[in-house]
Design a protein around this ligand. Structure first.
Ligand SMILES: Nc1ncnc2c1ncn2[C@@H]1O[C@H](COP(=O)(O)OP(=O)(O)OP(=O)(O)O)[C@@H](O)[C@H]1O
Ligand SMILES: [Mg+2]
Length: 261
């Protein structure tokens, strides 16, 4: 269920050796290159990389998936494309369900790249690490709970609800209020639908919540944040009870496993 977090090794064995993006589709224009994206890499994961670019005058990010050179090229192209389409669909679905996500700008199927709005915020992981006020934890937890409930009630499982996939932006509005609206000015945006799936099965929702709990409560100081998530989920979801039951089960299993070793 959890993805390997190791950095990907350069492709081995195959003829395409370049360290730069594999240009198997030579005929296609490399838009990331044109936009200078390769000079502005902001993240590298096991499945792909993320670059910062300006797209049609707007701050954007490009998320590009790697080709897996150990797979047969035709099969690989199919799998990579299916994931790309899957991620795009999930992103759009989440948005339709009222979940704040980056707006989708463009999908480049030839380059296996998704272009989307660059959210001006920090990851929840960074915020927790630096220390959050109780008020901010309450507010962020409340928003996360509401959004996860909306996804789940809509039959969408995020699949990777970690604190790196939750961005928190400070709203620009409300200035001049002598800072009294500090908590309301935080805005949670959910990203990374690369592992999302459609499901209405409570077990899948329970696993989603469990992954989130683990991610948030690795720092004991943030357990208050997860409590706020659950409180709001319960308020917002019409199906919370089934999700919570499964969550408790999944959690118990996790605990037994860690006791055994
Ligand atoms: N729309 C965005 N705005 C700002 N930063 C972003 C955005 N999308 C991604 N990022 C940054 O890039 C990082 C990696 O992006 P993302 O989580 O989508 O990819 P990933 O974790 O490599 O993907 P996957 O889990 O599918 O392998 C994020 O944690 C975040 O810091
Ligand atoms: Mg991610």
């Amino acid at each position: 269920m959890t993805k390997p977090m190791h950095k990907r090794e350069p492709p081995r064995g195959s003829g395409t050796r370049g360290s730069e993006p594999d240009r198997a589709n030579e005929s296609a224009v490399d838009l990331i290159d044109k936009l200078g994206g390769y000079e502005a890499k902001i993240a590298q994961g096991a499945e792909g990389r993320v670059f910062a670019v300006t797209f049609l005058n707007r701050p954007a990010i490009v998320k590009q998936r790697f080709k897996k050179t150990y797979r047969h090229p035709t099969l690989d192209a199919k799998i990579t494309r299916a994931r790309l389409v899957g991620e795009t669909r999930a992103l759009v679905r989440a948005r339709k369900l009222g979940v704040p996500t980056p707006s989708l700008f463009y999908v480049d199927k030839r380059q296996n790249a998704i272009y989307m709005e660059r959210v001006p915020g920090r990851s929840l992981k960074e915020l927790i690490r630096e220390g959050m006020s109780d008020e901010d934890m309450e507010e962020v937890g409340r928003q996360v709970g509401k959004h996860v409930a909306a996804m789940h009630d809509g039959g969408l499982i995020h699949g990777d609800l970690t604190t790196s996939n939750i961005l928190v932006a400070r709203r620009q509005t409300g200035e001049g209020d002598d800072g009294n609206a500090a908590e309301a000015s935080l805005r949670v945006v959910i990203i990374d639908f690369g592992l999302a799936s459609n499901s209405i099965i409570p077990e899948d929702k329970g696993v989603d919540l469990y992954v989130l709990e683990r991610a948030i409560t690795v720092t004991h100081a943030a357990s208050r944040l997860f409590e706020a998530v659950m409180r709001e989920y319960k308020t917002a979801s019409g199906l919370w009870s089934a999700s919570f039951n499964k969550f408790a089960e999944v959690r118990m299993r996790g605990r037994k496993r860690s006791m055994i070793g």
